[in-house]
Design a protein around this ligand. Sequence first.
Ligand code: HEM
Ligand code: SF4
Ligand code: SF4
Length: 536
Amino acid sequence: MIGAIRSILLRGFELIERPFDRLFGPALNPVAQLGALGFFFFWIVAVSGIYLFIFFDTGIERAYESVEHLTHAYWFHAGVMRSLHRYASDLMVVMAVVHLLREFANDHYRGTRWFSWLTGVPIIWLLYTSGITGYWLVWDKLAYYVALTTSELLDYLPIFGEPIARNFISTGTLTSRFFTLMVFMHVAVPLFLLFIMWVHILRISRPRMNPPRMLAALTLIALTGVSVWKPALSQGHVDLAKAPVEIGLDWFYLPLYPLTALSGKGAVWAFLAAFSVMIGLMPWLPPLRRAKPAAVDLAHCNGCARCADDCPYEAIRMVRRSDGLPFPAEAQVNPALCVSCGICVGACPSSTPFRRSRELKTGIDLPDYPLAELRARTVAAAQALAGPARILVFACEHGGAAAWPGGVPLPCAAMAPPSLIDYVLSKKLADGVVVAGCAERACFNRLGIAWTQQRFAQQRDPYLRSRVPRDRVACVWTSILEFTRFKQEIDRFAVTIAAHAPIAGTSSPLPPAALAEPGTATPQKSGLVADRSGQP
Ligand code: HEM
Ligand code: SF4
Ligand code: SF4
Protein backbone atom coordinates (compact mmCIF):
# COMPACT_ATOMS: atom_id res chain seq x y z
CA MET A 1 0.00 0.00 0.00
CA ILE A 2 2.73 2.47 1.05
CA GLY A 3 4.80 1.27 -1.91
CA ALA A 4 1.90 2.00 -4.28
CA ILE A 5 1.41 5.53 -2.91
CA ARG A 6 5.15 6.14 -3.18
CA SER A 7 5.27 4.99 -6.75
CA ILE A 8 2.32 7.24 -7.76
CA LEU A 9 3.97 10.19 -6.06
CA LEU A 10 7.29 9.43 -7.72
CA ARG A 11 5.62 9.46 -11.13
CA GLY A 12 3.99 12.78 -10.25
CA PHE A 13 7.33 14.29 -9.29
CA GLU A 14 8.92 12.96 -12.48
CA LEU A 15 6.26 14.74 -14.52
CA ILE A 16 7.13 18.03 -12.83
CA GLU A 17 10.88 17.60 -12.54
CA ARG A 18 11.70 16.56 -16.10
CA PRO A 19 10.45 19.79 -17.74
CA PHE A 20 12.27 21.77 -15.02
CA ASP A 21 15.41 19.79 -15.85
CA ARG A 22 15.09 20.82 -19.50
CA LEU A 23 14.38 24.44 -18.56
CA PHE A 24 16.98 25.01 -15.84
CA GLY A 25 19.31 21.98 -16.06
CA PRO A 26 19.68 19.44 -13.21
CA ALA A 27 21.85 21.73 -11.08
CA LEU A 28 19.30 24.58 -11.01
CA ASN A 29 16.15 22.45 -10.88
CA PRO A 30 14.22 24.04 -7.98
CA VAL A 31 12.32 20.83 -7.14
CA ALA A 32 15.67 19.18 -6.41
CA GLN A 33 16.65 22.06 -4.09
CA LEU A 34 13.69 22.16 -1.74
CA GLY A 35 15.65 21.88 1.51
CA ALA A 36 18.10 24.55 0.38
CA LEU A 37 15.22 26.79 -0.73
CA GLY A 38 13.62 26.27 2.69
CA PHE A 39 16.74 27.71 4.32
CA PHE A 40 16.80 30.53 1.77
CA PHE A 41 13.19 31.49 2.54
CA PHE A 42 13.99 31.34 6.23
CA TRP A 43 16.76 33.92 5.79
CA ILE A 44 14.44 36.18 3.78
CA VAL A 45 11.84 35.92 6.55
CA ALA A 46 14.49 36.62 9.21
CA VAL A 47 15.99 39.69 7.49
CA SER A 48 12.61 41.17 6.54
CA GLY A 49 11.32 40.44 10.06
CA ILE A 50 14.18 42.34 11.69
CA TYR A 51 13.53 45.26 9.31
CA LEU A 52 9.82 45.30 10.17
CA PHE A 53 10.58 45.35 13.88
CA ILE A 54 12.21 48.77 13.42
CA PHE A 55 8.79 50.19 12.48
CA PHE A 56 6.55 47.94 14.53
CA ASP A 57 5.01 49.12 17.80
CA THR A 58 4.90 46.12 20.11
CA GLY A 59 2.12 47.59 22.29
CA ILE A 60 -1.39 46.36 21.51
CA GLU A 61 -2.80 49.90 21.23
CA ARG A 62 -0.46 51.03 18.48
CA ALA A 63 0.41 47.75 16.76
CA TYR A 64 -2.24 47.99 14.03
CA GLU A 65 -1.46 51.64 13.24
CA SER A 66 2.27 50.99 13.06
CA VAL A 67 1.74 48.16 10.58
CA GLU A 68 -0.61 50.33 8.48
CA HIS A 69 1.89 53.17 8.56
CA LEU A 70 4.84 51.08 7.39
CA THR A 71 2.69 49.44 4.70
CA HIS A 72 1.44 52.69 3.15
CA ALA A 73 3.82 55.52 4.12
CA TYR A 74 6.98 53.50 3.48
CA TRP A 75 5.53 51.06 0.97
CA PHE A 76 8.64 51.14 -1.22
CA HIS A 77 10.89 49.61 1.46
CA ALA A 78 9.06 48.60 4.66
CA GLY A 79 5.89 47.70 2.74
CA VAL A 80 7.87 45.55 0.33
CA MET A 81 9.63 43.96 3.30
CA ARG A 82 6.26 43.13 4.86
CA SER A 83 5.17 41.40 1.65
CA LEU A 84 8.48 39.55 1.37
CA HIS A 85 8.05 38.46 4.99
CA ARG A 86 4.61 37.07 4.31
CA TYR A 87 5.25 35.47 0.94
CA ALA A 88 8.55 33.86 1.95
CA SER A 89 6.78 32.43 5.04
CA ASP A 90 4.06 30.98 2.81
CA LEU A 91 6.70 29.51 0.53
CA MET A 92 8.39 27.88 3.51
CA VAL A 93 5.18 25.94 4.11
CA VAL A 94 4.94 24.97 0.45
CA MET A 95 8.57 23.93 0.44
CA ALA A 96 8.28 21.89 3.66
CA VAL A 97 5.20 20.00 2.42
CA VAL A 98 6.59 19.29 -1.07
CA HIS A 99 10.01 18.39 0.40
CA LEU A 100 8.32 15.93 2.79
CA LEU A 101 6.38 14.34 -0.09
CA ARG A 102 9.47 14.15 -2.28
CA GLU A 103 11.66 12.57 0.39
CA PHE A 104 8.86 10.05 0.94
CA ALA A 105 8.43 9.38 -2.79
CA ASN A 106 12.17 8.77 -3.13
CA ASP A 107 12.21 6.39 -0.16
CA HIS A 108 14.46 8.75 1.79
CA TYR A 109 12.85 8.32 5.18
CA ARG A 110 13.93 4.91 6.41
CA GLY A 111 17.13 3.46 7.76
CA THR A 112 19.62 6.02 8.94
CA ARG A 113 17.50 8.71 7.34
CA TRP A 114 14.93 8.32 10.14
CA PHE A 115 16.74 11.12 11.93
CA SER A 116 16.19 13.79 9.26
CA TRP A 117 12.65 12.52 8.78
CA LEU A 118 11.70 12.58 12.46
CA THR A 119 13.21 16.02 13.07
CA GLY A 120 11.04 17.22 10.16
CA VAL A 121 7.94 16.74 12.36
CA PRO A 122 8.84 19.41 14.97
CA ILE A 123 9.90 21.63 12.06
CA ILE A 124 6.30 21.57 10.78
CA TRP A 125 4.89 22.38 14.22
CA LEU A 126 7.36 25.21 14.79
CA LEU A 127 6.78 26.60 11.32
CA TYR A 128 3.05 26.78 11.92
CA THR A 129 3.47 28.26 15.39
CA SER A 130 5.73 30.95 13.93
CA GLY A 131 3.19 31.82 11.24
CA ILE A 132 0.18 31.83 13.54
CA THR A 133 1.84 34.08 16.12
CA GLY A 134 2.85 36.35 13.24
CA TYR A 135 -0.72 36.83 12.07
CA TRP A 136 -1.64 37.75 15.62
CA LEU A 137 0.76 40.73 15.67
CA VAL A 138 -0.98 42.70 12.92
CA TRP A 139 -3.97 43.03 15.24
CA ASP A 140 -6.47 43.38 12.42
CA LYS A 141 -9.69 41.42 11.91
CA LEU A 142 -7.79 38.33 10.77
CA ALA A 143 -5.60 38.59 13.88
CA TYR A 144 -8.68 38.65 16.07
CA TYR A 145 -10.05 35.57 14.33
CA VAL A 146 -6.69 33.81 14.74
CA ALA A 147 -6.43 34.85 18.39
CA LEU A 148 -9.95 33.73 19.16
CA THR A 149 -9.75 30.40 17.37
CA THR A 150 -6.27 29.60 18.73
CA SER A 151 -7.40 30.37 22.26
CA GLU A 152 -10.46 28.16 21.83
CA LEU A 153 -8.29 25.37 20.52
CA LEU A 154 -5.86 25.74 23.43
CA ASP A 155 -8.74 25.83 25.90
CA TYR A 156 -9.76 22.40 24.68
CA LEU A 157 -6.53 20.99 26.06
CA PRO A 158 -6.27 20.55 29.83
CA ILE A 159 -3.22 22.82 30.04
CA PHE A 160 -4.53 26.09 31.40
CA GLY A 161 -6.48 26.38 34.63
CA GLU A 162 -8.84 29.01 33.26
CA PRO A 163 -10.13 29.34 29.72
CA ILE A 164 -7.84 31.82 28.01
CA ALA A 165 -10.36 32.64 25.29
CA ARG A 166 -12.69 34.18 27.85
CA ASN A 167 -9.93 35.79 29.87
CA PHE A 168 -8.00 37.44 27.13
CA ILE A 169 -10.15 37.75 24.06
CA SER A 170 -13.18 39.57 25.34
CA THR A 171 -13.97 43.23 25.63
CA GLY A 172 -12.78 44.77 28.83
CA THR A 173 -10.59 42.01 30.17
CA LEU A 174 -8.21 41.88 27.21
CA THR A 175 -4.77 42.62 28.49
CA SER A 176 -1.79 43.58 26.44
CA ARG A 177 0.24 40.99 28.34
CA PHE A 178 -0.97 38.21 26.10
CA PHE A 179 -0.15 40.28 23.04
CA THR A 180 3.35 40.90 24.38
CA LEU A 181 3.68 37.15 24.91
CA MET A 182 2.83 36.64 21.23
CA VAL A 183 5.45 39.21 20.19
CA PHE A 184 8.00 37.31 22.27
CA MET A 185 6.91 33.96 20.84
CA HIS A 186 7.07 35.29 17.30
CA VAL A 187 10.77 35.95 17.86
CA ALA A 188 11.63 32.95 20.03
CA VAL A 189 9.84 30.21 18.07
CA PRO A 190 11.58 30.96 14.73
CA LEU A 191 14.93 30.95 16.56
CA PHE A 192 14.11 27.51 17.92
CA LEU A 193 12.94 26.51 14.43
CA LEU A 194 16.34 27.49 13.06
CA PHE A 195 18.00 25.36 15.72
CA ILE A 196 15.89 22.31 14.78
CA MET A 197 16.57 22.96 11.08
CA TRP A 198 20.25 22.75 11.91
CA VAL A 199 19.72 19.51 13.90
CA HIS A 200 17.68 18.20 10.93
CA ILE A 201 20.74 18.02 8.69
CA LEU A 202 23.31 17.04 11.31
CA ARG A 203 23.48 13.43 10.20
CA ILE A 204 24.15 13.97 6.54
CA SER A 205 27.42 15.03 5.06
CA ARG A 206 27.67 18.19 2.96
CA PRO A 207 23.97 19.10 3.21
CA ARG A 208 22.86 21.56 0.56
CA MET A 209 21.79 24.51 2.69
CA ASN A 210 22.12 27.19 0.03
CA PRO A 211 20.51 27.09 -3.40
CA PRO A 212 22.78 27.90 -6.35
CA ARG A 213 23.27 31.68 -6.65
CA MET A 214 21.37 31.94 -9.91
CA LEU A 215 18.34 30.16 -8.46
CA ALA A 216 18.50 32.31 -5.31
CA ALA A 217 18.69 35.50 -7.39
CA LEU A 218 15.79 34.49 -9.64
CA THR A 219 13.68 33.53 -6.62
CA LEU A 220 14.39 36.82 -4.86
CA ILE A 221 13.61 38.87 -7.97
CA ALA A 222 10.33 36.98 -8.49
CA LEU A 223 9.34 37.40 -4.83
CA THR A 224 10.12 41.12 -4.89
CA GLY A 225 8.11 41.51 -8.10
CA VAL A 226 5.08 39.83 -6.53
CA SER A 227 5.53 41.96 -3.39
CA VAL A 228 5.36 45.19 -5.39
CA TRP A 229 2.52 43.93 -7.58
CA LYS A 230 0.34 42.49 -4.81
CA PRO A 231 1.45 43.89 -1.46
CA ALA A 232 0.46 42.16 1.77
CA LEU A 233 -2.28 44.22 3.45
CA SER A 234 -4.16 44.23 6.76
CA GLN A 235 -7.87 43.55 7.01
CA GLY A 236 -9.19 46.46 9.06
CA HIS A 237 -8.80 47.29 12.76
CA VAL A 238 -9.92 44.68 15.22
CA ASP A 239 -13.36 45.22 16.74
CA LEU A 240 -13.65 43.18 19.90
CA ALA A 241 -17.37 43.84 20.11
CA LYS A 242 -18.02 42.00 16.87
CA ALA A 243 -17.21 38.43 15.94
CA PRO A 244 -14.87 38.46 12.92
CA VAL A 245 -16.78 37.68 9.74
CA GLU A 246 -15.81 37.69 6.08
CA ILE A 247 -12.09 37.68 6.49
CA GLY A 248 -9.57 36.49 3.93
CA LEU A 249 -7.65 33.46 5.22
CA ASP A 250 -4.05 32.53 4.54
CA TRP A 251 -4.65 28.99 3.37
CA PHE A 252 -1.01 28.05 3.80
CA TYR A 253 -1.00 28.64 7.54
CA LEU A 254 -4.63 28.51 8.53
CA PRO A 255 -6.29 25.70 6.57
CA LEU A 256 -7.50 23.98 9.74
CA TYR A 257 -9.01 27.06 11.35
CA PRO A 258 -12.37 26.92 9.53
CA LEU A 259 -12.54 23.24 10.53
CA THR A 260 -12.63 24.25 14.20
CA ALA A 261 -16.11 25.69 13.73
CA LEU A 262 -17.22 22.99 11.30
CA SER A 263 -16.02 19.77 12.92
CA GLY A 264 -15.08 20.82 16.44
CA LYS A 265 -11.86 21.41 18.34
CA GLY A 266 -11.48 17.76 19.30
CA ALA A 267 -11.48 16.72 15.64
CA VAL A 268 -8.75 19.27 14.79
CA TRP A 269 -6.52 18.05 17.64
CA ALA A 270 -7.21 14.43 16.74
CA PHE A 271 -6.19 15.14 13.15
CA LEU A 272 -2.99 16.91 14.21
CA ALA A 273 -2.05 14.14 16.66
CA ALA A 274 -2.79 11.37 14.13
CA PHE A 275 -0.82 13.18 11.41
CA SER A 276 2.22 13.72 13.66
CA VAL A 277 2.22 10.15 15.03
CA MET A 278 1.76 8.65 11.57
CA ILE A 279 4.56 10.71 10.04
CA GLY A 280 6.77 10.09 13.08
CA LEU A 281 6.33 6.31 12.93
CA MET A 282 6.79 5.94 9.19
CA PRO A 283 10.53 5.10 9.25
CA TRP A 284 9.76 2.03 11.36
CA LEU A 285 6.82 0.66 9.42
CA PRO A 286 7.41 -2.72 7.77
CA PRO A 287 9.05 -4.01 5.66
CA LEU A 288 12.07 -3.67 7.92
CA ARG A 289 15.23 -4.93 6.26
CA ARG A 290 18.83 -4.04 6.41
CA ALA A 291 21.97 -4.97 4.53
CA LYS A 292 25.09 -5.45 6.63
CA PRO A 293 27.05 -2.23 7.17
CA ALA A 294 30.44 -1.62 5.59
CA ALA A 295 33.36 -3.25 7.40
CA VAL A 296 36.97 -2.03 7.63
CA ASP A 297 39.83 -4.45 7.07
CA LEU A 298 42.73 -2.81 8.89
CA ALA A 299 45.33 -4.93 7.11
CA HIS A 300 44.40 -3.03 3.91
CA CYS A 301 43.65 0.41 5.38
CA ASN A 302 46.35 3.10 5.26
CA GLY A 303 44.25 5.72 7.02
CA CYS A 304 43.95 8.01 3.99
CA ALA A 305 40.42 9.15 5.03
CA ARG A 306 39.02 9.10 1.50
CA CYS A 307 36.17 6.85 2.60
CA ALA A 308 35.27 9.20 5.46
CA ASP A 309 35.36 12.13 3.07
CA ASP A 310 33.09 10.47 0.53
CA CYS A 311 30.51 8.85 2.81
CA PRO A 312 27.26 10.83 2.36
CA TYR A 313 25.90 9.83 5.77
CA GLU A 314 28.74 10.76 8.13
CA ALA A 315 29.03 7.03 8.93
CA ILE A 316 32.84 6.89 8.97
CA ARG A 317 35.16 8.49 11.50
CA MET A 318 38.92 8.49 11.41
CA VAL A 319 40.26 7.32 14.74
CA ARG A 320 43.70 6.69 16.21
CA ARG A 321 45.42 3.60 14.82
CA SER A 322 44.81 0.52 16.93
CA ASP A 323 46.82 -2.23 15.21
CA GLY A 324 50.39 -0.92 15.45
CA LEU A 325 50.77 -0.35 11.69
CA PRO A 326 52.78 2.82 10.93
CA PHE A 327 49.80 5.01 9.99
CA PRO A 328 48.35 7.68 12.28
CA ALA A 329 44.68 6.83 11.72
CA GLU A 330 42.23 4.15 10.71
CA ALA A 331 38.66 4.22 9.44
CA GLN A 332 35.85 3.29 11.79
CA VAL A 333 32.27 2.69 10.60
CA ASN A 334 29.26 3.56 12.73
CA PRO A 335 26.90 0.69 11.80
CA ALA A 336 23.86 2.70 12.92
CA LEU A 337 24.53 5.34 10.26
CA CYS A 338 25.67 3.13 7.38
CA VAL A 339 23.16 2.45 4.58
CA SER A 340 25.51 0.04 2.72
CA CYS A 341 25.70 2.23 -0.36
CA GLY A 342 29.26 1.09 -1.13
CA ILE A 343 30.51 4.60 -1.99
CA CYS A 344 33.37 4.10 0.48
CA VAL A 345 34.40 0.92 -1.36
CA GLY A 346 34.68 2.95 -4.57
CA ALA A 347 36.74 5.58 -2.72
CA CYS A 348 39.31 3.29 -1.10
CA PRO A 349 42.75 3.18 -2.80
CA SER A 350 42.95 -0.53 -1.95
CA SER A 351 39.84 -1.24 -4.02
CA THR A 352 41.56 -2.27 -7.17
CA PRO A 353 40.53 -5.28 -9.20
CA PHE A 354 44.07 -5.51 -10.60
CA ARG A 355 45.33 -6.87 -7.28
CA ARG A 356 46.92 -10.26 -7.73
CA SER A 357 46.44 -11.51 -4.17
CA ARG A 358 44.74 -14.88 -3.87
CA GLU A 359 41.62 -13.28 -2.49
CA LEU A 360 40.63 -9.76 -3.56
CA LYS A 361 40.61 -7.65 -0.40
CA THR A 362 40.16 -3.95 0.23
CA GLY A 363 40.35 -1.52 3.14
CA ILE A 364 36.59 -1.18 3.43
CA ASP A 365 34.03 -3.53 1.95
CA LEU A 366 30.36 -4.49 1.96
CA PRO A 367 29.95 -7.92 3.61
CA ASP A 368 26.81 -8.60 1.50
CA TYR A 369 28.41 -7.56 -1.79
CA PRO A 370 32.19 -7.54 -1.49
CA LEU A 371 34.52 -6.13 -4.12
CA ALA A 372 35.63 -9.68 -5.01
CA GLU A 373 32.03 -10.52 -5.92
CA LEU A 374 31.69 -7.29 -7.88
CA ARG A 375 34.78 -8.21 -9.91
CA ALA A 376 33.51 -11.77 -10.45
CA ARG A 377 30.13 -10.46 -11.62
CA THR A 378 31.85 -7.95 -13.90
CA VAL A 379 33.88 -10.68 -15.58
CA ALA A 380 30.84 -12.94 -15.89
CA ALA A 381 28.69 -10.15 -17.34
CA ALA A 382 31.46 -9.24 -19.81
CA GLN A 383 31.76 -12.82 -20.97
CA ALA A 384 28.06 -12.81 -21.79
CA LEU A 385 28.48 -9.82 -24.14
CA ALA A 386 28.72 -10.22 -27.90
CA GLY A 387 28.16 -8.27 -31.09
CA PRO A 388 30.02 -5.44 -32.76
CA ALA A 389 29.78 -3.25 -29.68
CA ARG A 390 30.16 -5.11 -26.42
CA ILE A 391 28.96 -2.62 -23.85
CA LEU A 392 29.20 -3.43 -20.19
CA VAL A 393 26.72 -1.60 -17.97
CA PHE A 394 27.38 -0.88 -14.30
CA ALA A 395 23.84 -0.27 -13.12
CA CYS A 396 22.87 1.53 -9.95
CA GLU A 397 19.87 -0.31 -8.58
CA HIS A 398 17.97 2.93 -8.01
CA GLY A 399 18.28 4.33 -11.54
CA GLY A 400 16.89 3.79 -15.03
CA ALA A 401 19.29 0.91 -15.74
CA ALA A 402 18.14 -1.16 -12.76
CA ALA A 403 16.29 -3.60 -15.03
CA TRP A 404 18.97 -3.66 -17.74
CA PRO A 405 19.54 -7.27 -18.74
CA GLY A 406 23.12 -8.28 -18.19
CA GLY A 407 24.03 -5.18 -16.22
CA VAL A 408 26.31 -5.41 -13.19
CA PRO A 409 24.16 -4.27 -10.27
CA LEU A 410 25.45 -1.70 -7.81
CA PRO A 411 23.84 -0.15 -4.73
CA CYS A 412 25.23 3.17 -6.00
CA ALA A 413 27.14 4.09 -9.17
CA ALA A 414 29.98 5.37 -7.00
CA MET A 415 30.61 1.92 -5.54
CA ALA A 416 32.49 1.03 -8.74
CA PRO A 417 36.09 2.14 -8.21
CA PRO A 418 37.45 3.89 -11.35
CA SER A 419 40.08 1.14 -11.53
CA LEU A 420 37.26 -1.31 -12.29
CA ILE A 421 36.48 0.56 -15.52
CA ASP A 422 40.19 0.62 -16.31
CA TYR A 423 40.27 -3.13 -15.61
CA VAL A 424 37.37 -3.87 -17.99
CA LEU A 425 38.84 -1.89 -20.87
CA SER A 426 42.52 -2.73 -20.41
CA LYS A 427 41.72 -6.45 -20.07
CA LYS A 428 39.57 -6.01 -23.18
CA LEU A 429 36.56 -7.48 -21.46
CA ALA A 430 34.25 -5.05 -23.30
CA ASP A 431 34.42 -2.40 -26.05
CA GLY A 432 32.71 0.24 -23.99
CA VAL A 433 31.60 0.81 -20.40
CA VAL A 434 28.50 2.62 -19.21
CA VAL A 435 28.16 3.73 -15.62
CA ALA A 436 24.46 4.24 -15.02
CA GLY A 437 22.91 5.93 -12.04
CA CYS A 438 19.83 7.86 -10.93
CA ALA A 439 18.61 11.09 -12.53
CA GLU A 440 21.37 13.66 -12.15
CA ARG A 441 19.24 15.92 -9.93
CA ALA A 442 18.26 13.15 -7.53
CA CYS A 443 21.04 10.71 -6.63
CA PHE A 444 19.50 8.17 -4.24
CA ASN A 445 22.67 8.26 -2.15
CA ARG A 446 22.97 12.04 -2.38
CA LEU A 447 26.59 12.30 -3.51
CA GLY A 448 27.16 9.19 -5.65
CA ILE A 449 26.74 10.98 -8.98
CA ALA A 450 28.87 13.96 -7.97
CA TRP A 451 31.72 11.73 -6.77
CA THR A 452 31.59 9.57 -9.92
CA GLN A 453 31.74 12.65 -12.16
CA GLN A 454 34.61 14.14 -10.18
CA ARG A 455 36.59 10.89 -10.14
CA PHE A 456 36.19 10.51 -13.90
CA ALA A 457 37.18 14.14 -14.43
CA GLN A 458 40.28 13.52 -12.28
CA GLN A 459 39.12 16.10 -9.74
CA ARG A 460 38.74 13.62 -6.93
CA ASP A 461 40.71 10.62 -5.72
CA PRO A 462 40.67 7.86 -6.74
CA TYR A 463 40.48 9.13 -10.29
CA LEU A 464 40.07 7.41 -13.62
CA ARG A 465 43.54 7.03 -15.08
CA SER A 466 44.49 8.97 -18.20
CA ARG A 467 45.20 5.80 -20.11
CA VAL A 468 41.49 4.88 -20.07
CA PRO A 469 40.06 5.92 -23.46
CA ARG A 470 37.35 8.42 -22.55
CA ASP A 471 35.38 7.82 -25.73
CA ARG A 472 34.77 4.26 -24.55
CA VAL A 473 33.28 5.33 -21.22
CA ALA A 474 29.86 6.93 -20.78
CA CYS A 475 27.80 7.97 -17.79
CA VAL A 476 24.04 7.81 -18.14
CA TRP A 477 21.91 9.42 -15.45
CA THR A 478 18.26 8.44 -15.67
CA SER A 479 15.54 7.95 -13.08
CA ILE A 480 14.09 4.52 -12.31
CA LEU A 481 11.10 5.46 -14.51
CA GLU A 482 13.22 6.26 -17.56
CA PHE A 483 14.18 2.84 -18.86
CA THR A 484 13.31 3.77 -22.43
CA ARG A 485 15.51 6.85 -22.33
CA PHE A 486 18.30 4.73 -20.89
CA LYS A 487 17.95 2.28 -23.77
CA GLN A 488 18.09 5.15 -26.28
CA GLU A 489 21.30 6.41 -24.68
CA ILE A 490 22.83 2.93 -24.83
CA ASP A 491 21.82 2.53 -28.48
CA ARG A 492 23.45 5.87 -29.30
CA PHE A 493 26.62 4.90 -27.43
CA ALA A 494 26.65 1.51 -29.17
CA VAL A 495 26.68 3.25 -32.56
CA THR A 496 29.76 5.32 -31.64
CA ILE A 497 31.52 2.30 -30.13
CA ALA A 498 30.78 0.18 -33.21
CA ALA A 499 32.37 2.92 -35.35
CA HIS A 500 35.64 2.60 -33.39
CA ALA A 501 38.25 0.01 -34.18
CA PRO A 502 37.15 -2.84 -31.89
CA ILE A 503 39.16 -3.64 -28.84
CA ALA A 504 40.66 -7.00 -29.75
CA GLY A 505 39.11 -9.14 -27.09
CA THR A 506 37.75 -12.53 -26.40
CA SER A 507 34.64 -13.06 -28.44
CA SER A 508 31.94 -14.59 -26.38
CA PRO A 509 30.33 -17.95 -27.08
CA LEU A 510 27.26 -16.78 -25.20
CA PRO A 511 24.20 -15.13 -26.84
CA PRO A 512 24.09 -11.32 -26.94
CA ALA A 513 22.29 -10.26 -23.82
CA ALA A 514 23.43 -6.74 -23.28
CA LEU A 515 21.42 -5.05 -25.96
CA ALA A 516 18.27 -7.12 -25.59
CA GLU A 517 14.86 -5.63 -24.89
CA PRO A 518 13.89 -5.61 -21.23
CA GLY A 519 12.30 -8.86 -20.26
CA THR A 520 13.91 -10.87 -23.04
CA ALA A 521 16.85 -11.81 -20.88
CA THR A 522 17.04 -12.46 -17.18
CA PRO A 523 18.44 -9.38 -15.50
CA GLN A 524 21.47 -10.07 -13.34
CA LYS A 525 19.88 -8.36 -10.41
CA SER A 526 21.43 -8.91 -7.08
CA GLY A 527 18.13 -8.26 -5.35
CA LEU A 528 19.97 -5.74 -3.25
CA VAL A 529 17.78 -2.72 -3.84
CA ALA A 530 15.48 -3.24 -0.91
CA ASP A 531 18.28 -4.39 1.34
CA ARG A 532 20.58 -1.55 0.48
CA SER A 533 18.25 1.32 1.14
CA GLY A 534 19.42 0.76 4.67
CA GLN A 535 16.15 0.12 6.40
CA PRO A 536 16.56 -0.97 9.96
C1 HEM B 1 11.55 24.31 6.77
C2 HEM B 1 11.55 23.05 6.64
C3 HEM B 1 12.69 22.21 6.17
C4 HEM B 1 13.93 22.57 5.75
C5 HEM B 1 14.50 23.96 5.62
C6 HEM B 1 14.63 21.36 5.41
C7 HEM B 1 15.92 21.33 4.94
C8 HEM B 1 16.59 20.20 4.57
C9 HEM B 1 17.90 20.16 3.98
C10 HEM B 1 18.77 21.37 3.67
C11 HEM B 1 18.21 18.87 3.76
C12 HEM B 1 19.50 18.33 3.15
C13 HEM B 1 19.29 18.10 1.68
C14 HEM B 1 20.52 17.50 1.03
O1 HEM B 1 21.56 18.15 1.03
O2 HEM B 1 20.43 16.38 0.51
C15 HEM B 1 17.11 18.07 4.21
C16 HEM B 1 17.07 16.70 4.16
C17 HEM B 1 15.99 15.95 4.57
N1 HEM B 1 14.78 16.41 5.00
FE1 HEM B 1 14.29 18.33 5.32
N2 HEM B 1 13.82 20.30 5.64
C18 HEM B 1 12.62 20.77 6.10
C19 HEM B 1 11.50 20.03 6.42
C20 HEM B 1 11.43 18.65 6.36
C21 HEM B 1 10.27 17.88 6.69
C22 HEM B 1 8.95 18.45 7.15
C23 HEM B 1 10.61 16.56 6.49
C24 HEM B 1 9.78 15.34 6.70
C25 HEM B 1 9.07 15.09 7.74
C26 HEM B 1 11.97 16.52 6.03
C27 HEM B 1 12.67 15.38 5.73
C28 HEM B 1 13.97 15.33 5.28
C29 HEM B 1 14.71 14.12 5.04
C30 HEM B 1 14.21 12.69 5.24
C31 HEM B 1 15.98 14.50 4.60
C32 HEM B 1 17.16 13.59 4.31
C33 HEM B 1 17.38 13.41 2.86
C34 HEM B 1 18.57 12.51 2.62
O3 HEM B 1 19.10 11.91 3.54
O4 HEM B 1 18.89 12.41 1.47
N3 HEM B 1 12.44 17.81 5.96
N4 HEM B 1 16.13 18.91 4.69
S1 SF4 C 1 28.56 1.97 2.71
FE1 SF4 C 1 27.91 4.07 2.28
S2 SF4 C 1 26.95 4.73 4.21
FE2 SF4 C 1 28.16 2.90 4.70
S3 SF4 C 1 30.12 3.70 5.38
FE3 SF4 C 1 30.31 3.28 3.17
S4 SF4 C 1 29.83 5.24 2.17
FE4 SF4 C 1 29.10 5.39 4.29
S1 SF4 D 1 39.67 4.78 2.05
FE1 SF4 D 1 40.45 2.72 2.50
S2 SF4 D 1 42.56 3.06 3.07
FE2 SF4 D 1 41.58 5.07 3.16
S3 SF4 D 1 40.93 5.25 5.31
FE3 SF4 D 1 39.19 4.38 4.21
S4 SF4 D 1 39.42 2.15 4.43
FE4 SF4 D 1 41.39 3.09 4.98
